[in-house]
Design a protein around this ligand. Structure first.
Ligand SMILES: [Fe+2]
Length: 195
């Protein structure tokens, strides 16, 4: 397992070690649906106990939400990221490049909108809203392609939110969906780090 230098100073906290242990256990389950379910339930258990998060993660970037890559799983394949959301900051509608994932709120709350793909022809897609929900601290959301199109936004216009994301593979290419006209979206493929 490889933990990149950039986050090493921030990344030594007990909750992360517990998440790594839980993810390692879940990888023994080959059924991806069951794996995501196990991890989602396990995260709820971990986040239900008292945990400390290093202060550095609470510092937002005024320009956009911050991504801290904490664990790059190497041969195990998975990644763990912590996201810092400034007030009102959010994502475009996106997928995770074919990877399963579990997103958990550590602090504050995220508004999640899940979408269904109605039609797609190359660079254009038609989407409909499948579900809107508020994910509070301690709650997790499991994502499994192809039903994994979603957008996240800090529910607060005043406070920072933190979330922890486990991805089954190194997510270096994602699709985002940018509104073109009613229910129609332009599909863009790119690296999430430079999105
Ligand atoms: Fe996501």
């Amino acid at each position: 397992m490889h933990r990149p230098d950039v986050s090493r100073a921030l990344a030594s906290f007990p909750l992360l070690d517990d998440v790594v242990a839980l993810t390692t256990i879940s990888l023994a389950t080959r059924d991806l649906s069951r794996r995501v379910q196990l991890l989602t339930e396990g995260m709820s258990g971990l986040l239900g106990t008292r945990h400390e998060i290093p202060d550095g993660f609470f510092v937002p970037d005024p320009g956009r939400y911050r991504r801290h890559l904490l664990v790059d799983g190497g041969s195990a394949g998975y990644q763990v990221l912590l996201m810092t959301w400034g007030p009102g900051q959010g994502t475009d509608i996106h997928d995770h490049g074919g990877s399963w994932g579990v997103e958990s709120v550590l602090h504050g709350a995220l508004d999640i909108t899940e979408y269904e793909l109605q039609d797609e022809d190359g660079s254009c897609a038609e989407l409909s809203v499948a579900r809107r929900r508020r994910l509070e601290a301690g709650q997790s959301l499991g994502l499994l392609p192809p039903g994994d199109l979603h957008a996240c936004r800090n529910a607060s216009k005043r406070d920072v939110a933190l979330s922890l994301h486990v991805y089954g593979e190194a997510v270096d290419q994602v699709r985002t969906f940018q509104s073109a006209s009613h229910a129609r979206y332009r599909v863009v493929q790119h690296n999430p780090v430079v999105a």
